[in-house]
Every structure is written in structure tokens, then in C-alpha cells.
Design a protein around this ligand. Structure first.
Ligand SMILES: Nc1ncnc2c1ncn2[C@@H]1O[C@H](COP(=O)(O)OP(=O)(O)OP(=O)(O)O)[C@@H](O)[C@H]1O
Length: 601
């Protein structure tokens, strides 16, 4: 979150650096489009600004038979009318393409920024997600990528316009009359400085009042959310007074923004009159004695038309600054997202896994990077052999799920190594490894989309028949047939038309389709009620057959037939017992206590 001071500061070294990166990156991403955009901007603005030359020449020639020659043609007043109309036509066409290409470029920059952020969010490790609310970030990505791109378009196209217009207008004015041109530019610069001073005051006041309002809104929400405390304390009146006092301060702050905003508007409007008026008076005052009326008119009209364009540009300056500030601030906020670096470092030369023959935890110690002072797993060594089944049991918080996260490389061990076929997991090509793993967790992950696509997520190239076969194995097929669109039924956000058990069966169907070598079941049935759990467990039992399986269990009944049960102790106790169900059941110790505590379900 940016502080008010940060936002009030128009430029900062970091903001500028990141903005330069945005500019360079967006130009590099679409070089052709950007070049066309700039060329169109130059043509468009040159045409618009040059209209003053045509008007000036038209007025000069209106009393003459024929004036200067242009490209070998003698120009009459009607020739200038023809040139003017051709330029208006050409201007209309370039203006259309300029806006069109500008629009396309802007949207492409927006998409480019969005993809950049989403790529960072997909790549970043899970610690980012445990520290940040992803909903907030999605809102930011949507709003800020649009704000950064729109702002970029707005300020760049207006700036190109102002620069080219300023050059053309200067050429025209100085070729008409040097003294008057110098007065016009001098007054223009002076008025520009005044309007910039007002603008920056206005900008600061707006940011400060907006910030106060946000805090005020948050405070009001907080008070209303705790309405029961207020009611039970009888503090309604004092709360009301408090709200009134805060709003009085807000009203004062907003008052400043309103009057500065009005001043800015009036000043900009007034300029449209001041500059041409001042120039007319100057011409009359300076040349009254030496020029006749026709000569004075011939000077006043082109000057007035050029300085009117110049005064119009003054309106644009606050627009450019506002757009630049919005674009820079949006990019600055996005930068927090797209510059996230994963703590999981990808290997430079990843080793592909063809088969998972052996998994080993070798002297693994683990601490969550989010809570660096809390040891979760003390030095732990374990071997999982191909085709065997393993179960982790232990009290809540003993680190069972953490083992699964280490095997999936959601995290790297703090010390020690996870070895796959004696190769360090850090060196392994993760897609080739994960392709052989099926992971079922307590909270089924259902995507927005059809039932068919949801099951197919386990194997993108599976045929419809294969998907249906998998659903049959997971005992889900008959239920799917009762849905309005059968396999094409759209599952809403997080699959709300499915019950908990049905969602878990859908995940199991995915596993049947994927046919993984290693199955990790992390409390797969713990969110289900007893009856549904038994039904889902029956599907899981089918799934387990013939695979290496690691089960993290909350009920001991589900792990009776496992080859090895690993008992973890609480308070970072690590492995306290290892054995089969029958061995451990009759042995005094941790497992026996869990057994007696009724965890047989
Ligand atoms: N992302 C995290 N950041 C910090 N600490 C975490 C994180 N995830 C889990 N922990 C802590 O690590 C410890 C082990 O968690 P883990 O989920 O592995 O336990 P568990 O044995 O699976 O528990 P349960 O049976 O309740 O699911 C707990 O104390 C938990 O609070």
C-alpha cells in the first residue's frame, strides 16, 4: 500500500525507474504498433497545427490576386481554401487511424501487463499466498493494468500533440512577427507556470482528502460491524458525535480541493480569452501608428488563431500530468505483483523423471518461511519404496500435511534433501515429476467450467470416452447423467452444484484418468460426514490398488492395511513411531493413545 506522502510525490527514483521499464517493455512487446502509433500522432498533430498556416495565408491572399507560390503553383485565396479542405479530410482520416491504433496499443499494453502479473502469480511460491489476500490482488490487477495503459495512452498522445503543435505554432508566429511572437510565448509560459502551481496544489489536496475519506469509510465500517458493542455500551450518541467530528474535518479538506479545482478550471477557461485578447491589444498598441487597418487585421487574425490553439494546449497540461501520475502509480502498485520472485528456484538444467522408483527424505528439517522462528519438522529421514503404501498419523499440527507439501515442492526443506530416484528434487523437471503424481487434498479444487473439462484437467488429451470411464470408476457417472447438461454442465464457482462428496469424487475421477504412479491423499475425506466418507473411501480404496501411496489420515480406520504407519509427535516432535497397524496398536505409545482416543472412526 502506498503512503499519502508517496502518492503526493509526483516523481520518485523508484517510480520513475519502474515506469521506464514499463515504457521500454511495452514498446519492445509491440514495436510495429508503437511505431505506427507515433507516426500517426506526428502526422495528425502536424496537420491540425498547420491549419493556422493555411488560415494565415488565406487571409493574406484574400485581398490579393495571387500570393506566394507553393510547389510551383501560384496560390490564390481559393487555392488555400482547397488546401484547407484537403487537410481537414486528411486530418479526419489520420485522426481516425491514430485513435484506432492508439486504442489497440493501449489494450495490448493492458493485456501485456495483466499477463505479466498473472505469470508472476502463477510462478511465485505459496508463501506469497499465505501472506496476501488474492482477491485484493485480482482487483488491483484488473483496475491498475487498465489505469496504467489508459494513462500511458492519454499522456503520450497529448504530449506528442503539444510538442509538435508548439513547434509548428512557433514557426508560424515567428515568421509572422518576431516581437509579437515573443510576447505571446512569454505570456504563455508565465500563465503555464501559474496553472502548474495551482494544479500541483489541487493534486496534493485531492490525494490528502481522498486518503482521509478512505480512512473515514474504513472507520465507519468498523464501527457498524461492531454495532452490538455500541448498543450494549449505550454509546450511540457519542459514536454519532464522533462521526460528525470526523466528517467536519473531511468537509474542510474537500473544500480546499473544490475551490482549487474550480480555480484551475476558470483559469484554463479564462486563458482562452486572455492570450488572444492580450495579443490583439499588443498589436494595436505597437502598430497603431505605422500600420493601416488592413495590415493590422492581417496580423491580428492569424495571431489570434494561433494563440487560441496555444491556449487550448494549456488545458492539456493538467490532463497530461494527471494521466502520467495515474499511470505511474498504477504501474508502481502492479510492480509489487509482477516483480514477485519465487523462493523455489527452478533448476538451470532440469532432469526429467521417467518413473518414480524411490523417494527419500534425507535429514530433512523444516521451518515455514512465513514463521521462521517455529521448527515444524526436526531432522527427519524416510524412504518411500515403489508400490508400497505409507500413512502419516499424529495430532493436529504435527506436520503431516507439511510432508506432502515438501514432496510436491511447494516448499524446499530448511535443511536436508528430498531425493527422487536419488536425485535432489531441486534438480528435477517438475512437470515430468508431477505428471506421475496424483494429489487429493481435503478441499477439492474445482474449476469454473464443464464437468468434462474439470475431470479432463488431469489429462488434457484424454478423449470423452476416457473421461466417462474415469467418472464411472469414481461412481460419479450416474449422478452426472442426472444433471441438466450432463457432462457439459457448467460447474459454478468452486463447483457449488456438487456436494462435498461429489466434488471429492470428481477429484478421484481425475486421478483415475491420470493414473498416477504415486498417490498422495492429504486428509482426502476429512471434510465429509461419516456416511459420505465411507462411500468416497470405497472409491479411494479402488484407486490405491497397485500404486505407491502416501496417506495423511485423520481416522485410523482408513489406514489399517498400509504397509507402514509413521506416527508424528506434536510440538515439532518428528517421527515418534513406525510400524504396521497391528504392531503399533498393541504397543504402548503415541499410536496407542490415538487409537484409544477413538480415532478409529
Ligand atoms: N504456511 C504456513 N506458514 C506458517 N506455518 C504453517 C503454515 N502451514 C502450516 N503451518 C504450521 O505448521 C504446523 C504443521 O502444519 P501441518 O498442516 O503440516 O499439520 P498437520 O499435522 O497436517 O495438521 P492437521 O492434522 O491439523 O491437518 C502447524 O503448526 C501449522 O500451524
Amino acid at each position: 500500500m502506498q503512503s499519502v506522502e508517496d502518492r503526493v510525490k509526483f516523481f520518485s527514483k523508484d517510480k520513475l525507474k519502474k515506469y521506464r521499464e514499463l515504457l521500454a517493455g511495452s514498446i519492445k512487446a509491440y514495436p510495429g504498433l508503437f511505431t505506427i502509433y507515433v507516426l500517426l500522432a506526428i502526422t495528425d498533430t502536424s496537420l491540425f497545427s498547420s491549419m493556422s498556416i493555411v488560415i494565415a495565408n488565406l487571409i493574406k491572399n484574400i485581398t490579393n490576386e495571387g500570393g506566394k507560390s507553393l510547389f510551383g503553383f501560384t496560390m490564390y485565396w481559393y487555392s488555400w481554401v482547397a488546401v484547407g479542405w484537403s487537410m481537414i479530410l486528411a486530418y479526419a482520416v489520420t485522426e481516425f487511424f491514430f485513435n484506432y491504433v492508439g486504442g489497440i496499443w493501449t489494450r495490448k499494453v493492458e493485456i501485456w501487463l495483466r499477463v505479466k502479473c498473472l505469470k508472476a502469480l502463477v510462478d511465485v511460491d505459496l508463501t506469497f499466498y499465505s501472506k496476501n489476500q488474492i482477491g485484493n490482488y485480482m482487483t488491483k490487477i484488473i483496475g491498475d493494468s487498465q489505469g496504467a495503459a489508459d494513462g500511458l495512452n492519454e499522456w503520450s498522445n497529448n504530449l506528442i500533440y503539444i510538442i509538435i503543435m508548439f513547434i509548428v505554432i512557433n514557426i508560424i508566429m515567428f515568421s509572422l512577427n518576431v516581437e509579437i511572437a515573443a510576447i505571446a510565448i512569454g505570456v504563455f509560459v508565465l500563465l503555464l507556470i501559474i496553472s502548474l502551481v495551482i494544479y500541483f496544489q489541487y493534486r496534493k489536496a485531492t490525494i490528502v482528502s481522498l486518503d482521509y475519506k478512505q480512512n473515514l469509510d474504513a472507520d465507519n465500517t468498523d464501527r457498524l460491524m461492531n454495532i452490538r458493542l455500541i448498543k450494549s455500551s449505550g454509546t450511540e450518541l457519542s459514536e454519532l458525535e464522533r462521526i460528525k467530528d470526523f466528517n467536519k474535518i473531511y468537509a474542510k479538506k474537500i473544500n480546499k480541493t473544490v475551490w482549487l479545482g474550480t480555480l484551475l478550471l476558470i483559469f484554463a477557461n479564462f486563458l482562452g480569452w486572455i492570450l488572444p485578447g492580450l495579443i490583439t491589444i499588443s498589436i494595436i498598441f505597437m502598430y497603431n501608428d505605422t500600420y493601416n487597418l488592413a495590415q493590422i487585421t492581417a496580423l491580428v487574425i492569424p495571431f489570434v488563431s494561433t494563440v487560441t490553439i496555444l491556449a487550448g494546449a494549456m488545458f492539456l497540461l493538467p490532463i497530461i500530468l494527471r494521466a502520467l501520475s495515474v499511470s505511474m502509480n498504477c504501474n508502481w502498485r502492479l510492480n509489487f505483483i509482477y516483480s514477485q520472485k519465487s523462493i523455489i528456484i527452478k533448476p538451470s538444467e532440469p532432469i526429467k523423471v521417467n518413473q518414480i522408483n524411490k523417494i527419500e527424505l534425507k535429514n530433512v528439517e523444516f521451518i515455514y518461511p512465513e514463521s521462521p522462528s517455529k521448527l515444524i519438522l526436526p531432522k527427519t529421514s524416510l524412504v518411500f519404496e515403489k508400490g508400497k503404501s505409507y500413512a502419516f498419523v499424529g495430532e493436529t499440527g504435527s506436520g503431516k500435511s507439511t510432508i506432502a507439501k515438501l514432496l510436491l515442492r511447494f516448499y524446499d526443506p530448511y535443511k536436508g534433501d528430498v531425493l527422487i530416484n536419488d536425485i535432489n528434487l531441486k534438480e528435477i523437471d517438475m512437470p515430468s515429476y508431477l505428471d506421475k503424481i496424483g494429489y487429493v487434498e481435503q478441499e477439492p479444487q474445482i474449476l469454473y467450467g464443464t464437468v468434462m473439462d474439470n475431470i479432463r484437467y488431469a489429462k488434457f488429451d484424454a478423449t470423452d470416452e476416457e473421461v466417462i470411464e474415469a467418472a464411472k470408476k469414481a461412481s460419479l457417472h450416474n449422478f452426472i447423467l442426472t444433471l441438466s447438461d450432463k457432462y457439459d454442465t457448467i460447474l459454478g464457482e468452486r463447483g457449488f452444484i456438487f456436494s462435498g462428496g461429489q466434488k471429492q469424487r470428481l477429484v478421484i475421477a481425475r486421478m483415475f484418468l491420470k493414473n498416477p504412479e504415486l498417490l498422495i491423499l492429504d486428509e482426502a475425506t476429512s471434510a465429509l460426514d461419516n456416511i459420505v466418507e465411507k462411500e468416497v473411501q470405497a472409491q479411494l480404496d479402488k484407486l490405491i490398488i497397485g500404486r505407491t501411496t502416501i496417506i495423511i489420515a485423520h481416522r485410523l480406520s482408513t489406514i489399517k492395511d498400509c504397509d507402514q504407519i509413521i506416527v508424528l509427535g506434536g510440538n515439532a516432535g518428528g517421527i515418534v513411531q513406525v510400524g504396521t497397524f497391528e504392531e503399533l496398536k498393541n504397543l504402548e505409545g503415541h499410536f496407542n493413545k490415538l487409537y484409544k482416543a477413538g480415532l478409529m472412526g
